[in-house]
Each structure stands twice: as structure tokens, then as C-alpha cells.
Write a protein that binds this ligand. Structure first.
Ligand code: 16G
Length: 247
């Protein structure tokens, strides 16, 4: 492939790999040639090749395997944003083993934001659970969840690395979730988030804020979840809503 002088070289190399992956010529698990070989092939510096490959890694198109090389990544996991499911059930539905590491689980006082989402007063007691979630052992997401303490007393005494919180809400506390409001926005990993998720600081994350309601339409969870942008897509199916014409 000849690079055009009018466009940044790294961007053309990035596009070259995207086109070959989309065409199925490069498949998940295929090894990419070395930086040196690619630099020679394209007639550019190794720095330029590295710039393109780094971007493809951040985007989840390629994956590095330690010092062993760079490979075409597996497709991103697709979360169905239109279905109200917990992490455990969403993973199991795809034959993936979910994991949880509890980083914090404690009774705290709701701040203004948490109180507003849970229809409480600031200072009211809420359980705060901070978990690192994994899929087949690979870090995927950081979850900050808040639950009104009055609805699930003692939830922090359960082994939250073993049990799904949504299962505990249903089976122990008799809470049936019925709907959730979710907002998605892009953000980037800070140093601590990057270390926990095994990605570079500044790598893209999807922030999902979710307020989940029970069948009585009472809010029972407010969550701020950070999903790895290189491994996750959220998909929602929509249908046409016919609007009345303005008179
Ligand atoms: C999902 C929810 C999160 C909930 C968790 C429960 C989203 C964006 N977030 O990650 O709010 O706390 O599931 O998972 O869907 P669990 O039932 O496995 O504990």
C-alpha cells in the first residue's frame, strides 16, 4: 500500500488495519508483523508505526500480549443496553465466567447526588459497594453502587465476590427490579482506574450511570460504572415511534 503525503501516515496505517480486520483478512488472534517490518513495508519510521498501533490497541482493535507481540483482538463484548440485567447474568448468558473483587463495601452517608438519585435526604445511610468486575479473568469494569440501607440491611455481610448483588436483592430482600434509567458518556482512565483495569492511563472508558427501580417504582440502586472502552460496546435496539403531525 502506498501512503499519500497529504494525510498523516499513522492515520493511514491505522485505517489499513481497520479495513483488513473488517474485511476478515485479519482475524482475531492473528499476529501483526513487527514494528520494524511494518516500518519497512510502509516506508515510515517505527515511531509512526507505533503511533498507529497504540491507537488501535486503545480502540480495542489490536491487543498486546506482553513482549510477545501484537494480535488482532477478539470482538468487543456487546451489552444489551435495553435489557435490565446484572453483570453476573449478562456474562453467564454468553457463557462467560463473571468475577468480582470487592474494593470497598461499607455503610456511608449519601451525598447530595446519591440522595437525589435514590430519593433520600443527604446524610441518609446507604451501602456503598465498589467492585472490580472481570470476564473470564480479564478486568472489564469498575462498579460504584449505592443502595438505600433501609432496603437491604446487612448486605455488606454477604460475600459479594461470590454472590450477584441483583440475586441477593431478589432472593434475600425480595426486591424485584423493573426498570432502570441509564446514561452513557465517554471518559478516560485515571492512574488508579488504569492500574485496576490493566490499561494505560488516559485509555477510553464508558461511564454508565444507572438508577434502577423496583416494581413499586422506588429507586433501589444508583450506580456509576466504568467499562473498558476497548472491550465493551453497548447496543440498544430502537423502533419507530410515529409522532403526531403538528397542526
Ligand atoms: C451491572 C449494573 C450495575 C449492577 C451490577 C450488578 C450496568 C451498567 N450496571 O453491572 O449497576 O450493580 O450489574 O451485578 O448494567 P451483579 O448482579 O453481578 O452483582
Amino acid at each position: 500500500m502506498r501512503l499519500r503525503a497529504s494525510h498523516p501516515y499513522y492515520a493511514q496505517i491505522r485505517q489499513y488495519f481497520i479495513d483488513r480486520i473488517d474485511a476478515g483478512e485479519l482475524r482475531p488472534g492473528d499476529r501483526i508483523a513487527s514494528e520494524r517490518a511494518l516500518a519497512e513495508q510502509f516506508g515510515v519510521s517505527r515511531m509512526t508505526v507505533r503511533h498507529a498501533l497504540n491507537q488501535l490497541v486503545r480502540e480495542g482493535r489490536l491487543q498486546r500480549n506482553g513482549t510477545q507481540g501484537t494480535y488482532v483482538a477478539q470482538p468487543k463484548f456487546e451489552h444489551n443496553a435495553a435489557v435490565l440485567a446484572g453483570f453476573t447474568d449478562a456474562m453467564r448468558a454468553h457463557g462467560i465466567t463473571p468475577g468480582a473483587t470487592v474494593l470497598r463495601a461499607e455503610l456511608i452517608q449519601a451525598n447530595q447526588r446519591v440522595a437525589r438519585e435514590l430519593q433520600l435526604s443527604a446524610g441518609d445511610p446507604v451501602y456503598y459497594v465498589f467492585r472490580l468486575r472481570s470476564a473470564n479473568g480479564e478486568p472489564r469494569a469498575l462498579e460504584h453502587s449505592y443502595f438505600p440501607a433501609s432496603r437491604c440491611p446487612g448486605i455488606e455481610t454477604y460475600d459479594l465476590e461470590r454472590y450477584s448483588i441483583y440475586h441477593l436483592l431478589r432472593d434475600v430482600y425480595g426486591i424485584q427490579l423493573s426498570r432502570a434509567r441509564q446514561a452513557l458518556e465517554p471518559t478516560i482512565a485515571d492512574d488508579e482506574e488504569a492500574t485496576l483495569l490493566g490499561i494505560d492511563p488516559g485509555a477510553p472508558l464508558l461511564l454508565i450511570e444507572r438508577t434502577a427501580y423496583d416494581t413499586g417504582d422506588e429507586p433501589v440502586e444508583f450506580a456509576r460504572d466504568l467499562y473498558r472502552g476497548d472491550r465493551t460496546r453497548f447496543v440498544a435496539e430502537t423502533s419507530l415511534v410515529v409522532m403526531e403531525d403538528e397542526p
